[in-house]
Design a protein around this ligand. Structure first.
Ligand code: PLP
Length: 732
């Protein structure tokens, strides 16, 4: 095992006589160890660069708790040269009383300066000469300077940088260096190290033995590195680290040594350079730049100052930003995994994205919701897209990424684009200011989904009521904790088949998991539970549950305890989307059952046919996916229409089916749910058809297919829809 210590030390060119290697569960644990055991005093200062991982920022807590000062800084003069390095301080942070800190610093005062060898947000590399600058006190710091008389200890967070360029500790004698092995080899997670200079390690020990406070002694007990500082075996015997992991570490070092770090460095840097140059050169058809790169202002510096990490955001031709989550999701549909966000580096994030303190805070408060992420706030991106190259990356990876960005985000000369059809510019139809009337459409089929997220049934004719199709989405399943069950969380729901028999007055449900069908009377007093009020998607419903027989049946069918509830009355219109922009509900006036957005979803057969053509031609272009043919049911529509041109429905403002008038509420935004296929009792997932739709039906981060409708008229008795009815569509 000690061979492993030596391997680690030699990786950093650290002499075993001068440095110790303490194994931890990761870089974060190593940083915590330093924070907990550093000899802080009220005269100490913890100074750290703005660009730092949260794990480094965590040290601040320990320093402040011991009465020390903490200060974030920017470093000027990274590019070497003769002039002294300038350190630009932010506000000094302190906790508690000032009085007791009037004492001068003494030679026993220890200060800590922490910086990353490579910023994990932007890839910016810090000059390791900073180590010597700090230790020799040869820096300039304007403003309310901190006393220089104590000793500066320097910590390098090499977790990111070591993968391609480990600090050379024979040249830059940092006191502490932290590393995580999975960042070097790609595996295994859960092992890292603190490399500490002997003198510095002794300081930590002293704190440990003096037992400065109970918490320090207690929390360090589980590392106990003093007793085992050389006996790595004992540490492993704790069972903390699996032997498999250790074996793989040896294997990891063997790979790096065989490739050599200098070759890894050149390889990854050339990939990053290729990507940076290509991204900087991307232009929209109007000539505007597509990509903003972070951490680099001067293209001359492209190769020297930046590691193999490329951090960027993309803009539309009009200068607005593509959200980073949108980029990430589209990439994953193309089987490219990107990391986006702030990467646990709030300082760098704020600095490069130009976010203020309050904006950072409000971003945190806004939270993140699936497919509705706030990746843009007040017109500014709240994170970035990051590409990191390692020894395993290939030129093919880089090229695939570029191809994806070009095809998904760079605007080409105008063709027939989705924005012409949806909302943005109305279809140029009415030359004389008269509404165009088209009569080539027919109602093909009608589908009712009585229970939210369960299968629906298709009928030739069906009555309408004030909520839409009679009994559509009138029931739902909720968990015992009150959470609404949906297919997203419980795909099994898609296998529950439903049928409403109006003559018998029954809802009939079937499941492969239940021997018997379940029949629920529509009118009788089978509902026995108390009526209660439920809030769903910020709307209020009066609902009623059933007895245990019904609930047991559904619990068996979905494989988890749940209860069935029926909507009786839609209480009021809480759907105040103007104030709560999060709510998905689009239809602000109509009465609704348990639908997400609107009373009806309409899909066109012609649009489906066009989509299937595209899916087919993608297959011919040699993608290795299996061919997928979708039918309308994939989109869970209520109404399928036929006739006309594909996507003509996008341009409709109103339509009339038989005697009933409908208003279009606009396109339906699609998510991964349409990638699930329910066949023969199993759910199959793929990237299609969403990936293909994303390539031509995307507008402002949303992917549209089908349109949402509501009825215009209040429903008189006996209004029915019939398959085969003619549809008259009006385009504004
Ligand atoms: C990943 C990373 C860390 C945290 O490492 P863990 O292994 O997750 O503890 C710290 N700093 C930087 C710069 C990193 O990239």
């Amino acid at each position: 095992m000690s061979g492993f210590t030596e391997q680690t030390l030699s990786f950093f060119n650290a002499s075993p006589g001068e440095y110790k290697c303490i194994f931890t569960s990761g870089a974060t644990a190593a940083l915590k160890l330093v924070g907990e055991t550093f000899p802080w005093s009220s005269q100490s200062t913890f100074m750290y660069t703005m660009e730092n991982h949260n794990s480094v920022l965590g040290i601040r807590e320990y320093s402040l708790k011991e009465g020390a000062a903490a200060i974030a800084v920017d470093i000027d003069g990274r590019h070497g040269g003769k002039s002294a390095v300038k350190i630009i301080p932010h506000t000094v942070q302190r906790r508690g009383e000032i009085g007791c800190r009037k004492k001068e610093q003494t030679s026993d005062t220890y200060n800590l300066f922490a910086f990353p060898s490579e910023c994990n947000f932007s890839g910016l590399r810090f000059d390791l000469g900073l180590v010597n600058v700090m230790k020799e006190d040869s820096y300039e710091m304007p403003g309310p300077t901190l006393s220089h008389s104590g000793r500066w200890m320097v910590l390098i967070d090499a977790a990111k940088g070591s993968a391609t360029s480990p600090p050379d500790l024979s040249k830059y004698k940092a006191d502490f260096v932290v590393v995580s092995f999975y960042k070097l080899f790609g595996y295994p997670t859960g092992i890292g190290a603190l490399i500490a200079r002997n003198g510095a390690a002794k300081l930590l020990k002293k704190t440990y033995f003096s037992g400065a406070s109970g918490t320090v002694a207690a929390s360090i007990a589980d590392v106990d590195f003093y007793k085992r500082r050389d006996g790595i075996e004992e540490y492993f015997e704790d069972g903390t680290l699996a032997f498999v992991s250790i074996a793989s570490l040896r294997h990891g070092f063997r790979i790096l040594n065989a490739l050599t770090m200098s070759a890894i460095y050149r390889h990854t840097m050339s990939l990053a350079l290729y990507i940076r140059k290509a991204l900087l050169n991307l232009r929209h058809v109007n000539g505007s730049r597509v990509c903003t790169l972070y951490g680099i202002n001067d293209p001359e510096l492209l190769c020297n100052e930046m590691g193999p990490t490329v951090s960027f955001n993309l803009k539309r031709p009009d200068g607005s930003w593509f959200g980073h989550r949108e980029v990430e999701k589209l990439a994953s549909l193309s089987n490219i995994q990107l990391r986006t966000g702030c990467f646990c580096n709030p300082g760098a994030c704020a600095k490069h994205l130009g976010l203020s303190h309050s904006e950072l805070l409000s971003n945190i408060e806004a939270g993140h919701v699936c497919w509705d992420d706030r990746d843009i706030l007040n017109g500014k991106p709240t994170g970035s897209v990051r590409v990191s190259f390692g020894y395993m990356s290939t030129f093919e990876d880089a090229r695939k990424l570029l191809k994806f960005i070009k095809s998904s985000f760079v605007s080409l000369p105008p063709q027939h684009s989705i924005s012409d059809l949806l909302g943005e510019k109305p279809v140029p139809a009415s030359t004389e200011g008269v509404e165009r009337v088209t009569r080539t459409y027919f109602l093909k089929s009608i589908t009712v989904y009585p229970i939210k997220s369960c299968a629906g049934f298709t009928v030739e004719s069906w009555p309408l009521c004030s909520t839409g199709l009679l009994h559509d989405r009138e029931w739902l399943l909720k968990s015992l904790s009150g959470e609404i069950l949906t297919q997203k969380k419980v795909p099994e729901m898609g296998f529950i088949t439903t049928l409403v028999d109006l003559k018998l007055g029954r809802l009939i449900v079937e499941s492969l998991r239940c021997k018997e069908k379940l029949q629920i009377e529509l009118t009788s007093g089978q509902c026995i539970a108390e009526r209660e009020v439920m809030e769903i998607y910020s709307q209020r419903y009066e609902v009623q549950g059933y007895g245990s027989e019904v609930d047991t049946w559904f619990s068996t069918a979905v494989g988890r305890p749940c209860t069935l509830v029926r909507s009786y009355a839609f209480q009021n219109h809480m759907c105040s989307n103007k104030n709560r922009s999060m709510g998905p509900c689009r239809d602000l006036e109509a009465r609704l059952n348990f639908v997400n957005e609107a009373q009806f979803l309409l899909i066109s057969e012609e649009s489906i046919a066009d989509l299937n053509n595209r899916l087919r031609s993608k297959l011919h272009k040699g993608s290795n996916e299996q061919h997928i043919e979708v039918d309308p049911s994939r989109f869970r529509p209520n109404l399928v229409v036929s006739g006309g041109k594909p996507y003509a429905e996008d341009g409709w403002s109103r339509l009339k089916i038989g005697q009933t008038n409908f208003t279009s509420l606009g396109g339906c935004n699609r998510c991964q749910m349409i990638n699930m296929a329910f066949t023969a009792g199993t759910v199959q997932r793929s990237n299609e058809p969403l990936a293909t739709l994303a390539s031509y039906r995307r507008l402002k981060g949303k992917i549209y297919f089908g349109v949402l409708l509501k009825m215009c008229d209040s429903i008189k008795q006996e209004a029915w829809l019939h398959a085969g009815q003619e549809i008259v569509a009006y385009a504004v």
